[in-house]
Write a protein that binds this ligand. Sequence first.
Ligand code: SAH
Length: 259
Amino acid sequence: MAWHSSGVSNSELIENLWRNKLIKEERVKEAFLKVDRAHYSPTSPYSDSPQPIGHSATISAPHMHASAIEHLLPSILPSPSRPAPRVLDIGSGSGYLTHVFAELVGSEGGTVVGLEHIPALRDLGARNMAKSAEGREFLDTSDSASTSTDSHAASAAGRRSSVNQRNPMGEVEGQGERKGEDKDEGKWDAIHVGASAREIHKELVDQLRSPGRMFVPVDDDEMGLQQHVWLVQKGEDGEVSMRRLFGVRYVPLGDPPRA
Ligand code: SAH
C-alpha cells in the first residue's frame, strides 16, 4: 500500500489516501487537508513514504499517520462524555501528527502535547507548526498543541523495561494525583507513540483514561528485527485489551540525550 497514495500536492495525497481507504472518516480527511505536509517534510512531502528530518529521525509515511489517527479516533474526537480530549504524541519529531491531532481535538479546551526529547527536533516541530495560521493558533493557545522535552516524561517512553526508579511520567502523573477527585484527571484519552518501544510499558498504559486508546509500535523480538504496531484499549471499566495490528519499521525510542 505504501507509495500508492503519493500525489503532487497535499490535496492529491490526501485524496489518494481516501481513495485507497487508508483514511476512512470524512472528519479525518478534513483534518489532514488542513495540514500541509510540505510544512513538515523537508523532502518529497507528498510521497507516501517516510522522509528524513535529521537527528536520525524520520517523519513517518502518510499512510502510517492515517492509520494512527483512524485507530485512535474514538478517543480523540470531542463528545458529550469527553468534551475536552487530551492527546499525548510521544516522539513528535516534525510536529506533523501533533498538528493533525490538534485539528481533530478542536479548540474547545482539549489538549494535545507533543513530546520530543531531542531539543533541536522539538524546536523544528514548533517552527514547522508556525508556518501556517492554524498551526500558529495552536501554538498560541496554551490548551492546544505544545511541545516539551520534559525529561521525566521522555524517560517513560524509554526502551528500558525498568523505568520505575524514577516517577515515569513525571509531572504528567503528578497532576492527576494532586487534583485527586477524578482518578483519570491528568491522564490521556489517546497516546500515540512515534518510535518503537521494547515492550508495552505499564507506565504508559496506566496513563490512559478509561476509556482510552494507545497506538504503539513494539519490538517483537530481542534483536529488534521485528516490530508490530499494537493498539491498546482501556475500557470504561478500566479493563485493558491489546491487539497486534501490522508489521512496521520505526526508529527506536531512546533515552533522552545527555545535556
Ligand atoms: N512522529 C514524528 C517523528 C517520528 S521519528 C513524525 O512523524 O514526524 C521518532 C521520534 O521519536 C524522533 O524524533 C525521536 O527523537 C523521538 N523519540 C525517541 N525516543 C523518545 C523518547 N524517549 N521520548 C521522546 N521522544 C523520543
